[in-house]
Write a protein that binds this ligand. Structure first.
Ligand SMILES: [Zn+2]
Length: 223
């Protein structure tokens, strides 16, 4: 006889019943017994045990700030893995569009490396924001940039926290500007975007006590 959870059963119980199909016949009982302690079955322990475990990525601390908007986290997540749909990637998928970077007048192909390391638009945003918060960092390699940022955000200092806060909006605004220019025919100068980022930092970042004294020093717009 098949044992099925009632509709009133809690969500974890129904999930635990759902994993039975992953096991060969008869082995689910053995798997469930592993989550018994002193004869008592622990639903929480079983549920956590059945969740697939994956290694944590080193850049988790950069993308998952509580004050970062989900849409920006997603764009940053794609950018870190070099998975944004830049022109060179679109071409590999058989989609043909104008190859030149639309953010600058260099006539260089829009690639991940160009967009984040060479393009004058993105470079201006990054250097202005770093200069604004008094941080110096120069690199011509995206992986090095991400690794440097990973190290910085591990420090629990207010300035590192501000740096982490600024990363996602910078990535998001550059990518958003690229999309607006390429697909909507509208454009905004990087100075306007910098003002937006600065206002966001002050409005959203002000809730964190440890940032307050850093924000007091940032009393002008980045240029
Ligand atoms: Zn460019």
């Amino acid at each position: 006889m098949k044992c099925l959870p009632t509709k009133q059963a809690s969500w974890p119980v129904r999930k635990i019943f759902g994993v039975r199909k992953w096991f060969p016949p008869g082995e689910i009982q053995i798997a469930l017994l592993q989550h018994c302690t002193k004869g008592k079955f622990g639903i929480k322990k079983a549920y956590q045990g059945f969740i697939p475990q994956f290694p944590k990525v080193s850049w988790k601390g950069i993308t998952l700030g509580a004050s970062t908007l989900r849409r920006r986290q997603f764009i940053t997540w794609l950018a870190i893995q070099k998975r944004l749909a830049t022109v060179d990637r679109l071409e590999k998928w058989g989609i043909s569009v104008n190859k030149d970077c639309i953010l600058c007048s260099s006539e260089k192909e829009e690639t991940m490396e160009h967009l984040w390391l060479e393009c004058s638009y993105a470079k201006h945003m990054c250097s202005a924001l770093l200069n604004w918060i008094g941080v110096v960092h120069l690199t011509t390699n995206w992986d090095t940039k991400v690794q440097w940022l990973e190290k910085q955000v591990k420090h629990n200092r207010a300035r590192a926290d501000v740096l982490k806060f600024l990363f996602s909006p910078t990535i998001y605004h550059v990518w958003n500007e690229r999309n607006n220019r390429r697909f909507r025919g509208t454009q905004q100068e990087s100075t306007r975007k910098l003002k937006e980022v600065a206002i966001q930092l002050h409005t959203r970042g002000n809730h964190q006590q440890k940032r307050k004294h850093v924000l007091e020093d940032l009393n002008c717009y980045p240029t």
